[in-house]
Every structure is written in C-alpha cells, then in structure tokens.
Design a protein around this ligand. Structure first.
Ligand code: GTP
Ligand code: MG
Length: 193
C-alpha cells in the first residue's frame, strides 16, 4: 500500500556512469522523446527535469572518473533528492558499483538499483547476479531494451513511490559479490559490447 508521502511530489535523480542508459530510461518513464540536451554523440550535457505521475525526475550527465565538476553537480542534486535511480551496466557491475559506492553510502534518499545492459551480459554472470538478488531479496530491477514494458515501468514507479531502498546490508552484499566483467569485443574500429 502506498503511504501518504507517496502522493506528494517526489524528486528523483537518475545517477550513473556514462552511457549506462539514463536518458533512455528518462524518456521511457516520462513517455516522451529524448530532448535536445544531448551533444552530437547523444551524451547528456545538462541536468534536465521533467514531471510525470507526481514525480519530478532529473536526468544527469554521465559520471566520469576524471570529471569532478559533473560529480559535484550530481552530488548536489542527490542532496535535494527523495529518491535515486542508480543505473549500473551489468557488463561492468563490479567496477561501476565501486565507483558509485561513495555516493550511495551517504545521503537520506531512498534508492532503486537498476541494472542495464543485461542483454549484453554472459548467461552465467546474468544468472549469478539475478539469483543473488532473489536470494537476498534485494531492491534491484533488471532492465534490457526488450523488457521496456508497462509492467517494468510500473515496477520502477512503485519502488520510487513506496520509498523502497537499498539497505546498508544490501549494499554491503552487492559490494561483496564478484561478477566478472564482460569485456567489449573489438570489431574493426568499433567497440561492440
Ligand atoms: N544493449 C543495450 N543498450 C542500451 C541499454 N540501455 C541503453 N542502451 C543504449 O546505450 C546508448 C546510451 O544510452 P543513453 O540513454 O544515452 O545513456 P546515458 O546514460 O544517458 O548516457 P550519457 O548521457 O552519455 O551519460 C543508447 O544507444 C541506448 O540505446 C541496454 O540495456 N542494453
Ligand atoms: Mg544521457
């Protein structure tokens, strides 16, 4: 059951490294096309907010190890957030989780962990992570482009509205799981995942 707070406007921030699919999710949740706040490569360059279902959602530029300005801007957004949608590529689960850890372990916002690029994980790493999440009842949603259904959208909205969170115990569990990265295969000059 949704509580009273869930009826009020909630501020939700999308957080993650570059190209993990934040803007794709922003567009999917708000049911609107991607706007003009991207550069030629499709990377988000400005914070952008939209409203849907009594939720204000903020799309942020991707975090990079060498970009402290973006890191600071995202950190400030998180200070104002009620909920964080944390996106991690399943193909690079361990390294991205470690990078985001300092942002996750502080703050008073509730949070949902969304694992993307599940379609690019090997079957064994995908199963390992999924089984781990089920066994430990972790608040983690798996998202691949082919699974962008109404039910998946509703699952994410429910997690936001109910103020579900990754508990400290869950975060510690996730930090301790070992998932081998799926290395990109080089095909000519292009890098394919
Ligand atoms: N295979 C696969 N591709 C995805 C997935 N999610 C997003 N993409 C693709 O990845 C690319 C980057 O997606 P964006 O939504 O722009 O990623 P972003 O996190 O907003 O990127 P930045 O703004 O640069 O940080 C797009 O071509 C998407 O179609 C996924 O789960 N699997
Ligand atoms: Mg983006």
């Amino acid at each position: 059951m949704l509580n009273e707070a869930s009826q009020m406007n909630q501020r939700v921030v999308l957080v993650g490294l570059e190209s993990v699919g934040k803007t794709s999710l922003f567009s999917f949740l708000t049911e609107q096309r991607i706007g003009e706040e991207v550069n030629a490569k499709g990377s988000t360059i400005f914070l952008k907010e939209r409203m849907f279902d009594s939720i204000t959602i903020v799309d942020t530029p991707g975090l990079r190890m060498d970009d402290s300005e973006t890191y600071q801007a995202v950190k400030e957004e998180l200070n104002r957030a009620d909920h964080a949608l944390i996106k991690i590529k399943g193909t690079h689960f361990q390294e991205e989780f470690e990078f985001l850890w300092p942002l996750l372990s502080k703050g008073s916002f509730s949070s949902t962990l969304l694992v993307t690029f599940v379609d690019r994980m090997t079957e064994s790493t995908r199963n390992k992570l999924k089984n781990y999440v089920i066994t430990h009842k972790l608040n983690v949603v798996f998202l691949s482009p082919t699974e962008k259904t109404k039910q998946r959208r509703q699952q994410i909205i429910t997690s936001i509205k109910e103020g579900k969170s990754l508990t400290l115990d869950a975060r510690n569990k996730l930090a301790s799981i070992h998932i081998d990265p799926t290395h990109p295969k080089k095909i000519g000059m292009r890098i394919e995942y």
